[in-house]
Design a protein around this ligand. Structure first.
Ligand code: OAD
Length: 354
């Protein structure tokens, strides 16, 4: 038995005992698909943004910075736009959990939609940081279709490829959650329901540095087995390691392969990969054809705007980075220590809480 097989044995047992898995995912599950993660020192997106002249790397996803300089985001947006990437082994494994009725939920910070492309149904997926599936004007909230957004984004002659609202000329952006914006209400609503019902927590491919997502693993019940699949040990697994935590400091796909083998799911896996690859190829051909015919369409037709309104209700709890969170926590402890100024500081804290 290899050392990885030994390490995953308790996880395999929990799954065979019928515990449903709740996944908490980050960019590391998609790096093998060709999408960089954010914070890996050499290969991560944030280490490779010099060309955008940002004041700090995370500014590219900051709503205030976007209002000042939307070009930086739109330069990246084209590169990251979903549609050209195939799911990883790890994504395919999620679909197998669903097929075996062993999937409880997939909380993902990723905006690449690869869980869905692998066939995981929407009801299981919580896109905590939003997705590219819809777009809105940041001023008047008018919706813009994805076709229109892509068309404006690639048309560098008009407004340098920055999509603007047809009604108010405000900036339009995909509904991915930027720093300083609220997470979708679905995230908070479902976590309220799910937090108590996690039977097996599998955290994978995330540095757990962005809140409130990073706090989910510590909100899981103390008796629930937690598994970390990551190149490095992160977040609550470093600061509050629990007795029954399983730390798998390995590549996500390596662990997926080992789990699939140990669970006897290899044939299902092969069939799943084949099906998705065939579907992807077929879709690519359809898209190519659509692009060809679109090129010959009249500009009037291309100018049709999708007026569909978003149903996503936003909450006041915004996305914050680890640095901001640390700053908030520092202020919280200062408040606790200072009895004399308690009332005053309490008021200040109110404004800082998520
Ligand atoms: P990060 O880049 O912060 O973390 C990715 C983690 O995955 C790191 O710990 C890597 O070491 C690890 N990793 C990378 N490839 C891996 C692999 N193949 N196998 C195992 N581990 C691997 O990405 P996230 O945690 O997803 O938000 O980042 C969270 C949020 O920060 C993102 O959603 C994004 C970003 O700012 C927004 O843009 C709104």
């Amino acid at each position: 038995m290899s050392s990885l097989e030994k390490q995953i044995a308790p996880v395999v047992k929990a799954i065979k005992d019928g515990r449903k898995a709740t996944f908490f995912l980050g960019a590391g599950v998609s790096t093998s698909c060709g999408i960089p993660d954010f914070r890996s020192p050499k290969t991560g997106l944030y280490a490779n943004l010099k060309r955008l002249n940002l004041p700090y790397p995370e500014a590219v996803f900051d709503i205030d910075y976007f209002k000042e300089d939307p070009k930086a985001f739109y330069t990246l947006c084209e590169e990251l736009y979903p549609g050209k990437f195939l799911p990883s082994k790890f994504h395919h494994m999620l679909k197998l959990f669903q097929d075996k009725k062993l999937l409880h939920r997939v909380y993902t910070q990723n905006i690449d939609t690869l869980e869905g492309i692998a066939g995981v149904h929407d009801e299981y997926v919580v896109a905590a940081h939003g997705s590219f599936a819809s777009n809105h004007c940041i001023e008047c909230s008018e919706a813009m279709s994805t076709t229109k957004l892509k068309q404006l984004m690639t048309d560098k002659d008009t407004n340098e490829g920055i999509p603007k609202c047809a009604s108010c000329d405000g900036l339009v952006k995909p509904d991915i959650v930027f720093f300083g914006e609220a997470l979708p209400s679905r995230f908070f609503d479902l976590w309220d329901e799910d937090a108590e019902n996690v039977e097996l927590a599998i955290v994978a491919g995330t540095s757990l540095s962005v809140y409130p997502f990073a706090s989910l693993p510590l909100e899981v019940g103390k008796s629930v087995p937690r598994v970390l699949v990551n190149n490095e040990i992160v977040g609550d697994f470093t600061t509050n390691k629990r007795k029954n935590d399983v730390i798998l400091k390995h590549d996500c796909d390596t662990v997926a392969s080992a789990l699939i083998k140990a669970l006897g799911w290899e044939d299902d896996f092969d069939a799943q990969v084949k099906e998705i690859e065939q579907r992807f190829e077929k879709n690519s051909k359809v898209l190519e054809k659509a692009d060809d015919s679109k090129a010959s369409e009249s500009s009037d037709t291309a100018k049709k705007i999708d007026q569909q309104q978003s149903e996503e209700e936003l909450l006041s709890r915004d996305l914050v980075s680890e640095a901001e969170k640390a700053q908030q926590q520092e202020q919280l402890s200062a408040a606790e220590e200072s009895e004399k100024l308690a009332d005053k500081i309490e008021k200040q804290m109110e404004g800082l809480r998520l």
